[in-house]
Structure formats: C-alpha cells, structure tokens
Write a protein that binds this ligand. Structure first.
Ligand code: ZN
Length: 271
C-alpha cells in the first residue's frame, strides 16, 4: 500500500541528521519522492573551538541550509534555542513546537534521536528525542495543544537513531546515497573542524602524537571525515550484509495496524 508520505527530521544540532540518517533521507527524497523537512532545535552555538558563538550561529545556519539543498529537503527550519541548554526549556513547550510542525507539514514519518537509547551523553539529544516521541505520539489528538494554527495530524511511523544503537531493528542500505550523505555532511565545515579539534585536544591530553591530524592540509580534515564516516557506515552495513548502511529503531505509532492489520502502515525499507 504505497502512498506519498511526508517526513519530518527533528534534531538538536545542525549536523546530527547528516551523521546518522542522511543516507536514508536522501533515499526518501530520491527513490520514494517524499517531501522531507528538517527541524533543528538549537542555535549550534557550542560547536566550535575556533569561532565566537555569534559567528558560529550564522555560519552553522548557512551550512545547514546548504546541506539541506544537497539532500533535496523541502525546508530546513532553525528554532534557535541555546545550544546545550534544551533541558532548561519547558518540556511541554518543546513538545508543542515539534507537534505544531508535524501538524503544519502533515508529517507521516518522524525521525529523531532515540529517546530510549542508552549511553547518550548529550543532554540536547536526550531532550530532543523525548520531546519528538511525545509530539509524534499525540499529534493527532485535538486536545493536545488546541492553540495550534494547524489541524491535528497523526504521525504514523518513527525512525529513531542513536550513537549507541543497541535497540535498532532496521538497517537501511545507503549504498546508492553514501556519496550524497558525505557531500551533505561535509557542508558542515565548522562542525567537521570541531571534530578534528576535539581529537587533537584528546590526543594532547594523553601525550599522543597523531600524524594524520598534525599534518592536515587546509582541506585535509574533509578527507579524514569522509574516510571515517564511510568506514563507519560500512561497518554498520556488515552486520546486515549491505555495503553501506544506517540503522534505526523503527516504530509504528498509533493503533491502526493492531485494529486493521499491518498493510495500512508499512515501512519503506525491508525489515
Ligand atoms: Zn548533536
């Protein structure tokens, strides 16, 4: 039962989606013909060892929009909550913001951080996942946030991603989109430099000299990230017999399949 679906990706930071789900997003856009929206909750103002927060906010927003263009997203929306302080936002307000966007774009699929993944260290990821879970679970209920301008709309599926995906049950073959994923990820240049600067600092603290890092040319960090992410996706794929993969905990929301059978809500990738 194939119908056109709309996808909403809810993340804390500008590059979260590109690291863990952009290959799948590119397949949704290209192969399924779905409209995909990205909703970035924070202003990304903690993501650099080099730039001041104000500059970083502007640069990371620009990079997120460029990455969205590479992936063919309908829109990249930036909410602008202070980075690393999402847990100070009223949870019901945050849930309401996400629910409002689900209703506005009529999202059938919600993708976000898995609220139940273990060992997640970033508070923004934990908060984002739980708020997205609550929003996706009750977006069809007219008594939840009746102040919204848009009519209730029940999301029917969720793809939850995680840094430590111990609960994942769906592998998506991203061999056809790995190059696009990398192209989108590498648009986040300031975040890629953050990754490298973090590694250099870690290495210093243990007295290690990492030649690959010490001798990086102006574009060297890009080649390094490219190779690291390709090998990460290849490792994920190995578990499922795929050249490159991303993995998710897939969830059907609501009760439709329990009442009418499973044919009405079907995942777009084999489980
Ligand atoms: Zn993040």
């Amino acid at each position: 039962m194939n119908r056109k679906k709309t996808v909403l990706v809810v993340v804390a930071h500008a590059d979260d989606m590109e690291f863990l789900a952009a290959g799948t997003v590119a397949r949704f856009v290209r192969e399924c013909g779905y409209d995909v929206y990205e909703y970035i909750l924070t202003d990304n103002s903690k993501g650099s060892y080099r730039l001041a927060p104000e500059e970083l906010i502007a640069v990371s927003a620009r990079e997120a929009i460029e990455a969205g263009r590479v992936l063919g997203l309908k829109e990249v929306r930036l909410e602008g909550y202070p980075d690393a302080y999402l847990n100070e936002t009223n949870p019901n307000v945050l849930r309401g913001r996400i629910m409002s966007m689900i209703r506005e774009v009529k999202a059938d699929i919600v993708m976000s951080w898995d609220p139940f993944a273990p060992y997640e260290d970033h508070p923004d990821h934990r908060v984002t996942g739980m708020a997205a879970y609550e929003a996706a679970s009750f977006s069809g209920n007219p008594l939840f946030h009746p102040e919204h301008a848009h009519a209730p709309y029940p999301a029917t599926e969720a793809y939850w991603f995680a840094k430590v995906p111990t609960n994942a049950d769906l592998f998506v073959d991203i061999s056809s989109t790995i190059d696009t994923k990398l192209e989108a990820l590498l648009k986040h240049d300031c975040q890629m430099l953050l990754t490298i600067d973090g590694l250099v600092q870690e290495a210093k603290s243990v007295g290690a000299e990492i030649h690959a890092l010490a001798n990086l040319g102006p574009d060297g960090h890009r080649a390094l990230i490219d190779a690291a992410i390709r090998s990460f996706c290849a490792e994920t794929g190995e578990e499922a017999g795929m050249p490159y993969a991303e993995q998710f905990r897939y969830q059907k929301l609501g009760m439709l399949d329990k009442v009418l059978g499973t044919a009405y809500v079907t995942p777009d990738f084999p489980m």
